[in-house]
Design a protein around this ligand. Structure first.
Ligand code: PLP
Length: 394
């Protein structure tokens, strides 16, 4: 086999070698059944036990309280852009049947491309009005600028903007934190968070206060095709009863209540991605859980931001995100000068470092440092960046 590249891609992205090797065995024989994981029935006792264990690996590592269910589904983050709107509008309809669509408000916080897309989907589906509660580019909006509605159907934010490299800080004293303190305290808040590109990379602040947290698996924990949804019990509602009151009907495969009632096995789940995610999270548990990755990811990000700063001082690089608002997972910057970006990418490729090109919509460089990227691989990138600075400074 050719030497594996260091894959700094934003998703699908790197997975641990040891897990991939183990998975090749599982493809031939899943847990001694003599049947491969891509072939075995999702209703077999071995597979259902595997799903239950995956649930518990997430629950224990993230401290998910019993007030919340963990669901597995398909459709990716984009599927959840629709599902959260439909389920949360149904919940709101049951709570407030007589409001008009204009009075039924959904608060969106826009910090980059993915939250913008999610808000566009909410507008497209109808059944409620989108209020942009705060918005900014290249930074988290200032806390003073947030304008939450009095009783919204949902309050939506994207914790880590994968394309733009903007992430909410998990330090509550930081101006880049999510302003939970501006929300009412003694009520079940309809907070919905897209954690697609930071799930399992560090603890989730105020997890218990969220109505829904969702994530596609294909960044930190597995292949594309599995979506994880953590839903508070009061958001598992009878969507058909809501539809009778005028809510937008919810496709059965998107109904949180249906998924919960069937232990995420209402229809055939994505068996292979579930399997690989289970192996990844078992390995994560053995290493010390999310806390282990939190420390590692902090160190990795600090190292890259630090060399980025050196490059800024020398006029070689320019970070795209305000200091303190940058992502630990996706670090975005420009390489200054004619042809310099192409030179940077070619030099990186020559050293076996791939997929550093920024998203096509924004250009520049994006280094994604998901859980499977080791500290050693990060050091390799840092060394290369430092060499590039030296070679391009007069
Ligand atoms: C933060 C975030 N949300 C949503 C999505 C969309 O996910 P999917 O492609 O699984 O629909 C992505 C994809 O990269 C993402 O990074």
């Amino acid at each position: 086999m050719a030497k594996r590249a260091v894959n700094f891609g934003a998703g699908p992205s790197a997975l641990p070698d040891s897990v991939l090797q183990e998975a090749t065995q599982g493809l031939l024989d899943f847990q001694g059944t003599g049947i491969g994981i891509a072939e075995i029935s999702h209703r077999s006792k071995e597979f259902t036990a595997f799903v239950a264990n995956l649930e518990s690996l997430i629950r224990t590592q993230l401290d998910v309280p019993p007030t919340h269910q963990i669901l597995f589904t398909q459709g990716g983050g984009t599927g959840q852009f629709s599902a959260v709107v439909l389920n949360m509008l149904a919940r709101h309809r049951l709570l407030h049947p007589n409001l008009t669509d204009d009075e039924r408000v959904m608060d969106y916080i826009i910090t980059g491309s993915w939250s913008k897309k999610a808000a566009a989907e909410a507008r497209r589906l109808g059944g409620g009005k989108v209020n942009v509660a705060a918005q900014s580019t290249h930074s988290i909006p200032s806390h003073e600028s947030f304008k939450f509605s009095p009783d919204p159907a949902l309050i939506y934010y994207c914790e880590n903007e994968t394309v733009d490299g903007v992430q909410f800080s998990h330090d509550p004293s930081s101006p880049a934190s999510f302003p939970f303190h501006l929300l009412p305290q003694d009520t079940l808040l309809p907070i919905v968070a897209d954690y697609s590109s930071s799930f399992m990379s560090r603890k989730i602040p105020r997890l218990a206060d969220h109505a829904v947290i969702f994530a596609g698996a294909q960044k930190n924990i597995g292949p594309a095709g599995l979506t994880i949804v953590i839903v508070r019990q009061d958001c598992l509602v009878d969507v058909d009863a809501a539809a009778k009151l005028g809510a937008v009907p919810v496709p059965i495969s998107m109904s949180f209540q249906t998924l919960a009632d069937s232990d995420s096995l209402y229809n055939t789940p994505s068996t292979l991605p579930i399997y690989i995610a289970g192996l990844v999270l078992e390995r994560s548990r053995e290493l010390g859980g999310v806390q282990y990755f939190e420390e590692l990811n902090r160190k990795k990000a600090d190292k890259v931001y630090s060399v980025l700063k050196e490059g800024e001082q020398k006029g070689v690089f320019r970070g795209k995100v305000k200091e303190g608002h940058g992502s630990w997972m996706n670090i975005t910057f420009d390489v200054l000068g004619d042809g310099a970006e192409a030179k940077f990418l070619t030099g990186a490729e020559a050293k076996g470092m791939k997929a550093l090109k920024g998203h096509r919509s924004v250009g520049g460089i994006r280094a994604s440092l998901y859980n499977a990227i080791t500290e050693e691989q990060t050091d390799g990138l840092v060394t290369y960046m430092r060499e590039f600075i030296a070679a391009n400074t007069q």
